[in-house]
Structure formats: C-alpha cells, structure tokens
Design a protein around this ligand. Structure first.
Ligand SMILES: *Cc1c(COP(=O)(O)O)cnc(C)c1O
Length: 367
C-alpha cells in the first residue's frame, strides 16, 4: 500500500479527459497569459465565494502582497497576524516595510486568538490578517466586530480554506479582501502556481487589478508601483475544470476526517470543528506529546506524515529583528511541538485511512 500525503496523480487520472481537452484548447488558442479563460474563472469563483470581484494572480503569496499594497501598507504601519502559519502571511508585510505584529492562537482551533488581537491593536495597525489554518475558518464574528469598531481592514488568508464556511457563508467573503492560493496541493490546485484575490469593494477591485499588472489600469499608463503577477491561461483552464469538483472533493476529505476521528479520538487529540463552521480539511492534524516518535514510527511503516509548522514564525531566524523570544506565544510554541498532519486528500481509500489509524493505535499500545 503506497499512501501519499496528497495524491495528485490519482486525481489527474480521474479528470484526465477533461483536463487534456482544456489544456489542448489553450495550446491551440495561442494565448498563454490572462485572456478569456482567466476572465471566466474569475467570474465563476467570485460567484462561488459570493462576492462581486475576483482578481487572478500568479500565486497565493502575491495575492496577499497585492492585497496589502492595495490597502497602502508600508513603512511605519503594523500588520497583525498569527505566528502559526506558512511564512507568506508575515513575509509580504515585512517586504512592504511594515512591522509584523503577532497574536497568539487558540489551542482548539489553531486559529488567531481574537483577545490577543485586541491587545495588539494601536494607532499604527493598518491591517489584520487571520489565516483559516488547515481549512478551518477563524472566528470571523469576533474579527469583523474588531474591524468595524476600529476601522482596521481584515485580509483573510484563505490559502488553505477555499470552500470553507462560517455561519453558512464562504471564507473570502468576510474581510475587505480575501486571498487564495491554488498551489497544486491546496484543495483547489493548479498544475503550477496560481492565486486569486476577492473583494466586494468596487474601488479596491480596480486598484487590486491594476497592481497585479504593473500598476496599470490602462496598458503603459502606470498609476501605481505594481508587480508582475499575471495568471497563466493554462492554469486558469485547469482550475475551471477542477473547481467543478471542489465541493465533492471537500466532502470526501470530510468523510475521511470523520473516519480518522472515530478511530483515533481515544488515543490522540483529534481536530475540533466548532458547530458554526464548515472545515474543509486541507490538513487533518492530530496532537500528541510523543509527536516525533509517532512520526518516525509511521515512517518505518511506510506512512508519510508532516509537521505544519515545526517553528512558529516569531522564532524564525529571518524574523529575529522583530525582537520576539521563546515564551512570547506559548500556544503556538506548544502546538509546534505537538502537531502532526496525516495523509489527507480526496483520493484516499477507506482501507488506507484504516491502515494509518491502526498503526497509530498500535503505536499508542491500543487495539
Ligand atoms: C500556501 C499558503 C500561502 C502561499 O501560497 P503560494 O501560492 O504558495 O504562494 C499563503 N498562506 C498560507 C496559509 C498557505 O498555506
């Protein structure tokens, strides 16, 4: 049994006919950057999320950077985010010359602690960037309350949560701007890099769209200092095929997550899903104090697993200039030693989930 963390080959074989036709059409068209497929993808995904505008770009990191640029984030500003995330979230704020301010996370949901966010707000706070980690929406009611009472915009990092819902509403439709990555292993993945920005704001839409193409609303007339972050037409065509299967795939992930939880809840800490949220299980992440031993045990049994994330961002070398130290974010630090993500993708087989669960039970000395 060859179990993969993510199995993109099985997925390609399932969709091969549709994908090959879509890619072939782009090759025949001779248009490889932006174009009608990108426009259609933007329209389809804006409708899916339930917002007015979607702006395609080159990757999820750029989506976050373009969002912060459109909000005017720069030197002297502070951006509040979580230290327990992929580096992009903090990186883009740092690149723009802003100060990254971390707020700790909640133990149960791995998402930003809104009480700590409130403590970190000051006159320099220019944006708050929650991350819907592992596919579970952050506490958007609280965050939107903070945003409306302070006027500070929220940028949702939904890179891991496209299709997830909070109170029946899709992520990326709450904050001023929502950002998604279509990195191949994300729940909706391209066959290369791709990303998207969402907003309901007509003025921001124009600005975001311009920033992504060198700051020009009209070609060769540059209103802003922008970036080169266009989406390839081939990726858009592939995403248009795959997006039709996203909800079905997310349901399959949920099904496998339920199986894992049933079989593991008495031996390790299994993920919580608050009743008001739809988790799309980009990762299925358990917690155990014997995490490193378990990882090695699974490895010896031929089972892959992964640590997201082994070092919280405030302890990373590149961010030492922020002046944070060990003990500043105790929850993030504790979780970085306890978390382990198990194989999770829509093309798992029930036998594979059972096999992984049985090896974990064996490790824990249970039948
Ligand atoms: C994947 C990811 C990103 C970055 O997306 P890319 O498309 O790889 O640039 C940003 N934030 C989070 C939380 C991610 O998981």
């Amino acid at each position: 049994m060859k179990i993969q963390m993510v199995d993109l080959t099985r997925q390609y074989h399932e969709l091969k006919e549709e994908i090959d036709i879509a890619v072939g059409n782009v090759l025949e068209s001779g248009q490889f950057i932006l174009g009608p497929d990108v426009k259609r993808l933007e329209g389809e995904l804006a409708e899916y999320v339930g917002v007015k505008h979607a702006i395609a770009c080159a990757n999820g990191t750029d989506a976050l950077q373009i969002a912060l640029m459109a909000l005017g984030v720069g030197p002297g500003d502070e951006v509040i985010t979580t230290p327990f995330t992929f580096v992009s979230t903090a990186e883009v704020a740092a690149l723009l010359g802003a100060r990254v301010v971390f707020a700790d996370i909640c133990e149960g949901t791995f998402n930003i602690d809104t009480n700590d966010v409130r403590r970190k707000i000051n006159a320099r706070t220019k944006a708050i960037v929650p991350v819907h980690l592992y596919g579970l929406p952050a506490d958007m009611d609280e965050l939107m309350e903070i945003s409306s009472s302070t006027g500070i915009p929220i940028v949702e990092d939904s890179a891991q949560a496209f299709g997830a819902e909070y109170h029946g509403k899709k992520v990326c439709s709450f904050g001023k701007i929502g950002c998604v990555s279509f990195f191949p292993s994300k729940n909706l993945g391209a066959y290369g890099d791709a990303g998207m920005v969402f907003t309901d704001d007509d003025v921001l839409d124009v600005k975001l769209r311009a920033i992504a193409v060198h700051g020009a609303e009209k070609k060769y007339y540059h209103d802003y200092v922008g970036v080169n972050s266009r989406l390839d037409t081939i990726q858009a065509a592939i995403l248009r095929v795959k997006s039709k299967h996203l909800d079905r795939y997310n349901k399959l992930r949920s099904h496998f997550a339920k199986m894992y939880t049933e079989q593991l809840k008495d031996v390790v800490t299994t993920p919580e899903t608050p009743a008001d949220r739809k988790h799309i299980f980009h990762q299925y992440t358990i917690r155990t104090e014997r995490r490193d031993d378990l990882l090695n045990y699974l490895k010896a049994a031929g089972i892959p697993s992964a640590i997201y994330y082994p070092v919280p961002l405030h302890l990373q070398k590149a961010y030492q200039n922020l002046g944070y130290k060990h003990g500043d974010f105790p929850v993030a630090e504790k979780l970085s030693t306890d978390v382990l993500s198990l194989p999770m993708h829509p093309h798992l087989k029930e036998e594979e989930v059972e096999f992984v669960a049985s090896r974990i039970r064996e490790f824990c000395g249970r039948k």
